[in-house]
Design a protein around this ligand. Structure first.
Ligand SMILES: [Zn+2]
Length: 93
């Protein structure tokens, strides 16, 4: 199972928020968001892992959660009691 430790963000086209453009795994491999979605669609499991050791499952959602944003498809972490394992809070690469 790919385990994501870092994310690369890019500004949305209107500059109002950031998008997760790519992720990096414990194996040191970089995947675009579209590649992660394609893998999730094939039924593969993905999760995050924070420096603390906390981890969360990654899931596909239809649209970016940004207000009024129609970027699709998108990914997010399943909500758990920790914040540091959220995709948005992982360190950048
Ligand atoms: Zn967006």
């Amino acid at each position: 199972m790919p385990i994501v430790t870092h994310v690369r963000k890019e500004s949305s086209s209107d500059g109002s928020h950031k998008h997760i453009a790519a992720v990096k795994t414990t194996a040191g491999v970089t995947y675009t968001r579209a590649e992660v979605v394609a893998s999730l669609d094939r039924g593969e499991d993905w999760q995050t892992k924070a420096a603390s050791g906390h981890s969360a499952k990654i899931e596909k959602i239809k649209f970016c959660p940004g207000s009024g944003c129609l970027v699709t498809p998108y990914i997010r972490t399943n909500r758990d009691k920790y914040a540091d394992d959220n995709l948005d809070n992982l360190p950048s690469f």
